[in-house]
Design a protein around this ligand. Structure first.
Ligand code: GLA
Length: 740
């Protein structure tokens, strides 16, 4: 038996006032913890390995995350030179002084938790192996279950924690991370993604130094304005590499306040924690209750950022995105082409044009609802989801059958979590609005947030979706928007338990989504939030695609889509061709460049086709047709980024089929410098070196590459034979490669 001596109680006596000292008698305590045989718990995928070790005194420590080691048992007795080493899920209390994954306050006011290993189990199903490890505080009845799902083929490990209050009194979860991972390297280069409306997913890179770097959102509804809950850490280097070196990437599946923190301690280790933000969320966990944290998705690769992204993409297509990896239809969206000003002929005209250009769906965006208060601007009507018959007297069913008659599917926009100040709903249910008693009810875009922590509101929000689906038979697509964050947070429903609000808002949202998917498994859902403000793997579990940004300028999109591709796959990245000058940036780019950029994701258009010239329509038809020929590669292929829009005048990347028999390659000249340097040499990637590929440029009569229409071996293309001439800023090219 091993004994742990608690000296803290004795020390406290010395600093307590004399009276208190008299009242309470502190004794020098010893606590007996039965020792165990040390062992390693190995969690592995085809190309990575996470090794946890149970020490004699039942600490669960992390020993390795990296390349698989054949005999991982060798890690069991590893002397780290740092005592037990890095805790697998550090709790605040005892001798632990770093950033804690778990910080609990007990009913008696105590803040100490010391988790010790109890047991673990492993089960496998398909390509996923689940390891569950149970830890327990050695004094209270608080238990923690750590769950690790290892996706063998995809090289991804998802991990979350479940906190069980087995005691008789409620406790407060002051901090509760999903997962903790400690890294050891000479240098740590962090890549993360910041941004705001119309400039989402901007790349930031910085070396992690001593102290703590925090990436956080406190917007309540909009996860990803300011920061995306994802990152990459390149190890042992200060240089970002697409192709080589060890990279650990992580993403949190949560659509609300989150926090990712990276603490470099005095010994040079970096502890990474990912989870729900503790901001105003000291969650009360009653006796007998369990708190389940969201999934943290991890991957490790020795092939640089490119390898890490491909792992995440493969996992996301298979498990992380609703309906991931299936080809979704091209579409025309009414927003930038009509905004709020339309009647039935405007829409049927757009449907005619969409069909003529070869598009496959028409999406009716904002502005179709409101009877007492018709939605003619963003100043009213959210909450009143009845058709505005002034605009579409024939009904949505007429529009649906008109679209179907032209061979198009129909989609429709809703923003169900919101209510306009000017609306019948606000008049009827002011108590459903998120608010703090006696404080200003701040509007944003003239609207308020509905309190999704309230089950009645959840029913209402589900009802909006349900009712919209009933507007016509054959509604194939819903664009779900969410255009503002939470201010002066407060749930009238939760009364004095406001600490639950941020967590229960998101849980309420997911419960609505679950009901929607039970009833409508096949409808396509786009996750939109003023563009890409809710881009996270929590929302994507329910949604087929995300609206990447309201900014559809091809120049801006090069940076946004590049960064998005680090974590999220192209199959879900909605990307539209819009008018010039661009409505967000004012930039003017060629129509071909706009098509080529949009073809890197789920291609759509968002403009009034009537404003296109005959020549432009012909180009649109051609580009859409060619896209349909290679889009399966966009939806299912492996991404290889070739040159970055951040570091190069050229942005280039390709998608390669799993069997390497086909590929599509994109190149954009973002800043043309001179014509003396000739063609821009690109080294393609991901091809089979020995196979010959027929290379065909798309959508042009005269190719920008001398070898167009000929076949070349993969090694030639990958080793410096491919040098198309993009002679001008905003010139672009798409090449399809087919093995012969
Ligand atoms: C948000 C979306 C846009 C559009 C408008 C409609 O800004 O991001 O795509 O749907 O709302 O109001």
């Amino acid at each position: 038996m091993k004994h742990i001596t608690i000296l803290a109680a004795a020390l406290l006596v010395a600093v307590m006032p004399a009276e208190a000292r008299k009242a309470k008698k502190f004794t020098h305590q010893t606590v007996e913890i039965p020792a165990v045989e040390p062992q390693s718990i190995v969690i592995e995928t085809a190309g990575s390995q996470l090794v946890l070790a149970v020490t004699t005194d039942r600490n669960l420590v992390l020993r390795h995350y990296g390349a698989p080691v054949k005999d991982a048992g060798q890690f069991t007795h590893m002397d780290t030179g740092r005592g037990n080493g890095a805790q697998a899920y550090p709790a605040a209390g005892g001798t632990f002084l770093g950033q804690a994954a778990l910080h609990v306050k007990y009913a008696d006011g105590n803040h100490n938790t010391e988790l010790r290993y109890l047991s673990h189990s492993v089960k496998a199903s398909g390509g996923v192996k689940t390891t569950e490890i149970v830890l327990k505080d050695y004094v209270t009845d608080l238990q923690v279950k750590l769950v690790y799902d290892a996706y063998r083929k995809e090289n991804v490990i998802c991990s979350h924690s479940e906190i069980v209050n087995g005691g008789k009194k409620a406790v407060e979860l002051l901090e509760v991370a999903s997962s903790s991972l400690t890294l050891e390297a000479d240098k740590y280069l962090l890549t993360h993604f910041h941004g705001g409306w119309a400039y989402e997913m901007q790349t930031a890179r910085e070396l992690l130094d001593f102290g703590t770097k925090v990436i956080e959102s406190r917007r309540g509804t909009q996860t990803t304005q300011t920061e995306n809950p994802s990152f990459l850490v390149s190890l042992n280097t200060g240089e970002f590499s697409e192709t080589s070196g060890e990279v650990v990437a992580g993403a949190l599946a949560w659509s609300g306040n989150f926090r990712l923190s990276f603490e470099k301690d005095e010994t040079g280790l970096v502890n990474v924690l990912g989870g729900i933000s503790p901001f105003a969320s000291a969650y009360p966990l009653k006796a007998g209750e369990t708190f389940v944290t969201p999934e943290m998705i991890w991957t490790w690769s020795a092939d640089g950022a490119g390898g890490a992204s491909r792992n995440l993409h493969r996992w996301a297509r298979q498990y992380g995105i609703y309906g991931g990896g299936t080809v979704n239809p091209t579409l025309l969206n009414s927003w930038e082409g009509a905004y709020f000003t339309f009647t039935t002929p405007t829409l049927t005209g757009m449907i005619d044009d969409a069909a003529a250009m070869g598009l496959e769906m028409f999406v009716l965006d904002d502005g179709w609802f409101g009877t007492k208060y018709p939605r003619n601007s963003d100043k009213s009507s959210l909450g009143d989801w009845d058709l505005c018959t002034d605009k579409i007297p024939e009904g949505i069913d007429y529009l649906a059958s008109y679209a179907h008659g032209k061979g198009l599917k129909l989609g429709i926009w809703i923003e169900p979590e919101m209510v306009s100040r000017v609306s019948e709903l606000a008049e009827k249910h002011p108590e459903w609005v998120v608010q703090s008693p006696g404080r200003a009810l701040y509007e944003a875009r003239w609207q308020w947030v509905l309190d999704l922590a309230n089950p009645e509101v959840q029913d209402f929000v589900f009802g909006i979706f349900d009712k919209t689906m009933q507007l016509a038979p054959g509604i194939d697509y819903i664009k779900w928007d969410c255009n503002r964050p939470v201010y002066s947070f407060g749930s009238p429903y939760l009364g004095t338990e406001q600490d639950r609000f941020f967590v229960e808002y998101v849980q309420g949202l997911y419960s609505v989504m679950r009901r929607i998917r039970e009833k409508y498994p096949d409808v396509l859902v786009q996750c939109c939030s003023s563009g890409g403000s809710r881009l996270d793997y929590g929302a994507m579990r329910w949604c087929n695609e995300f609206w990447t940004s309201d900014n559809t300028d091809a120049i801006s999109r090069s940076r946004i889509q590049y960064a998005t591709s680090m974590i999220y796959p192209a199959c879900a990245m909605a990307s539209h061709v819009s008018a010039v000058p661009n409505h967000q940036s004012g930039n003017v780019t060629p129509l071909k460049m706009r098509f080529d950029m949009a073809a890197a994701g789920r291609l759509g258009m968002e403009l009034q086709p009537k404003n296109l010239t005959a020549e432009e329509r012909a180009l649109a038809y051609r580009c859409i047709k060619s896209y349909k020929g290679f889009r399966d590669l966009v939806f299912t292929g492996d991404l290889y980024r070739i040159s970055s829009p951040l570091d190069s005048d050229y942005y280039a990347f390709m998608y390669v089929s799993e069997d390497k028999s086909r590929a599509v390659m994109f190149e954009f000249c973002l800043r043309y410098q001179n014509r003396a340097t000739g063609g821009h040499l690109l080294r393609l990637a991901g091809l089979d070196p020995s196979r010959k590929y027929l290379v065909t440029e798309q959508n042009v009569d005269t190719s920008c590459w001398w070898g167009n229409g000929q076949s070349f071996t993969g090694d030639f293309l990958m080793s410096g034979g491919f040098n198309p001439v993009l002679n001008g800023s905003n010139a672009s090219a798409i090449f399809v490669l087919a093995a012969r």
